[in-house]
Design a protein around this ligand. Structure first.
Ligand code: FRU
Length: 495
C-alpha cells in the first residue's frame, strides 16, 4: 500500500517528468548543466560523494516554472559531468515542513546518506511570518529517503537569531558533527554554529560571524564553512548588500571570508568579505569534499527576481558547472572547472596559433562550446580586446578586456531575450598576457580568467541561430597566441 507521502512524491515526479518530455527540445534547454526535467529550481543542496557517486540535490518546485513549496530534486553522476535524474528526494508534507523543504546539506553516517534541511511553515497568508526548523532524512540506497521520527531535530532559536533560521550545512570534524546556520537579528545577517554527537541533539556554540553594521546585508543565507589550504573559509549568500561601484551589483551576492578557526574556543577570526563570482547569475553556492580531496563548489546559476525567458517554455533555473576551489597567496579563492569536463569535448573546430588581429576574427560557430584563448598585448594603442559569442543578427555577448583599467567586462545587453542588466566587471591582476577559458551552454556563459581569480557567470537567451564566435581588438594589434574551440556534447542521461 502506498502512503499519502509516497503518492505525493510520485505525482510530483510524474508532473515534472511528463512536462519534461514536452519541453526537452526547446531552444534554451541546457546541455551540460544541471536543471530540472521541467519547472523551477534554485539552490544546490546536499552535495556529497556517496559510495563513489556524486549526488546533487536542488530546491525544486515540480508543479510550476515559478518558485513555490520547495521539494528536493535529485541527480547523480559518476564523473561530475554526466548526470542522471533520480526520483524527487524530499517533499513538503509534515506539520514541521508543510510549506517547503528548504536548503540544506548531506552527510554520510553509518553507511547511510543523511540529509539535513530546513522545514518551512508560513504563519500567515502573505508569507511574511514564518517558522523554520531543522530536520533530518535518511537513505540506505542513496535514492529513497525517510524523514527521521525525531524531526524537527532543532527548533529552538537562540537569543542571537530570529525566525529566519535556515540552510544547515553539516560536517564532521574528528568524532563530532558541526553545523552552521544562516539567520538575522535586527536586520543584520549572521551565521550560528552548533555541535552534535549524533546529528539529532544539537548544542548551540554561538555566533560564528556576523554583520557588525557594515554593508554586509540583513540576512545571511546558505552558509558553508570549511578548511582549505590551512585556512578556514566561510561562504555566505547575503541579502541586502548595497552596490559599491562595480561591486555587489546583483540583487544578492555570494561571497566569502577567510580566516582562522579554533575548535577549542569555537572562535573565528576573519578578514574582509569578497564577492566570489562577478557575473549576473551566481547565488547560494555550496561545496563538498570529494574522495580525491578536492573542495568542489556548485552554485545556482540565476538570480532572484530576474526575468527568466525560459519560463515561457516551462522551466527555470540551473546550476553552475562544478568548480574546484583553492586559495592564492593572499587568501583569495580561486575557481577552476573540474578536469572531468574535458570529457564533454566533441570536436576541436578551431586552433589558431600566433595570429595578429586588428579588428575581428571569426573563429567558430556553436551554441555549446569550450573556448580557450590566450592574448598578448604589446601595442600600447590597444583600447579593448576580447571574445564575442552567440553572435547573430543584432545579437552578441561580449567579453572585453580593457587594458587601461585592467579589467574584464561581460556585456549581455544585446545577448538576446530577457534580462539584460548591463555590464558586470572584474579586476584583472595584469593585462599583458591574458588567458580566458569560456564554457558556453545553450543559455549560459561561464568565464574563467586570471588563474581562477576572476570568474563571471551569467545566463543569456540568444536566438538559436546566433552562433558566431569572434575574437576582436580595438585601437591596435593584439597577438592571439592561441585560440581553441571545442564543440561540447549533451551530458544528460535520461531516466
Ligand atoms: C536561497 C534561499 C534559501 C532557502 C531557499 C528556499 O536562495 O532563499 O535561504 O532555503 O532559497 O528555496
Amino acid at each position: 500500500m502506498e502512503t499519502a507521502y509516497e503518492r505525493l512524491l510520485l505525482s510530483a515526479q510524474k508532473e515534472a517528468s511528463d512536462k519534461g518530455e514536452t519541453i526537452k527540445d526547446t531552444p534554451y534547454r541546457l546541455g551540460f548543466h544541471i536543471s530540472a526535467p521541467a519547472n523551477w529550481i534554485n539552490d544546490p543542496n546536499g552535495l556529497i560523494q556517496f559510495k563513489g557517486e556524486y549526488h546533487v540535490f536542488y530546491q525544486f518546485h515540480p508543479f510550476s516554472e515559478k518558485w513555490g513549496p520547495m521539494y528536493w530534486g535529485h541527480v547523480k553522476s559518476k564523473d561530475l559531468v554526466h548526470w542522471e535524474q533520480l526520483p524527487i528526494a524530499l517533499a513538503p508534507f509534515e506539520d514541521y515542513d508543510r510549506d517547503g523543504c528548504f536548503s540544506g546539506s548531506a552527510v554520510e553516517h553509518d553507511g547511510k546518506m543523511g540529509l539535513i534541511y530546513t522545514g518551512n511553515v508560513w504563519l500567515d497568508d502573505q508569507q511574511q511570518e514564518l517558522k523554520q526548523v531543522q530536520c533530518l532524512a535518511w537513505s540506505t540506497d542513496g535514492v529513497n529517503f525517510t524523514k527521521d521520527c525525531s524531526n524537527p531535530v532543532l527548533s529552538r532559536i537562540p537569543e542571537e537569531g530570529s525566525s529566519h533560521f535556515r540552510d544547515p550545512k553539516v560536517w564532521k570534524h574528528e568524532s563530532s558533527w558541526y553545523m552552521v546556520l544562516g539567520t538575522k537579528k535586527n536586520e543584520l545577517g549572521k551565521v550560528l554554529l552548533y555541535q552534535s554527537d549524533d546529528l539529532q541533539n544539537w548544542k548551540y556554540e554561538g555566533v560564528l560571524a556576523e554583520n557588525k553594521e557594515e554593508n554586509l546585508g540583513f540576512m545571511w543565507e546558505c552558509p558553508d564553512f570549511f578548511e582549505l589550504g590551512g585556512r578556514h573559509v566561510l561562504l555566505i549568500s547575503p541579502e541586502g548588500m548595497e552596490q559599491e561601484g562595480t561591486e555587489y551589483v546583483n540583487l544578492k551576492q555570494t561571497g566569502y571570508f577567510t580566516g582562522e578557526f579554533s575548535y577549542e574556543t569555537m572562535q573565528y577570526k576573519h578578514g574582509q568579505f569578497f564577492e566570489l563570482d562577478k557575473g549576473h547569475d551566481f547565488y547560494a553556492a555550496q561545496t563538498f569534499l570529494d574522495d580525491t580531496g578536492r573542495r568542489i563548489l556548485i552554485a545556482w546559476m540565476d538570480m532572484w527576481e530576474q526575468e527568466m525567458p525560459s519560463q515561457e517554455d516551462g522551466w527555470a533555473g540551473a546550476l553552475t558547472i562544478p568548480r574546484v576551489l583553492s586559495l592564492d597567496k593572499e587568501g583569495r579563492l580561486l575557481m577552476h572547472p573540474v578536469a572531468e569536463l574535458d570529457s564533454l569535448r566533441k570536436e576541436k573546430t578551431v586552433s589558431v596559433k600566433e595570429y595578429a588581429i586588428e579588428n575581428e576574427l571569426v573563429i567558430g560557430s556553436a551554441d555549446m562550446a569550450e573556448i580557450a584563448a590566450e592574448f598578448r598585448v604589446d601595442d600600447p594603442g590597444v583600447r579593448a580586446f576580447g571574445v564575442k559569442v552567440r553572435c547573430g543578427d543584432g545579437e552578441e555577448t561580449v567579453l572585453t578586456i580593457v587594458p587601461d583599467e585592467c579589467k574584464l567586462v561581460l556585456d549581455r545587453e544585446n545577448s538576446g531575450k530577457g534580462p539584460g542588466g548591463g555590464l558586470r566587471e572584474a579586476k584583472l591582476s595584469q593585462v599583458k598576457s591574458v588567458s580566458l577559458r569560456i564554457f558556453l551552454d545553450r543559455s549560459s556563459i561561464e568565464v574563467f580568467a586570471d588563474g581562477g581569480a576572476c570568474v563571471l557567470t551569467s545566463r543569456i537567451f540568444p536566438s538559436s541561430d546566433s552562433l558566431g564566435i569572434k575574437l576582436f581588438a580595438e585601437g591596435g594589434t593584439v597577438n592571439v597566441q592561441s585560440a581553441e574551440v571545442w564543440t561540447l556534447g549533451d551530458a544528460y542521461i535520461k531516466r
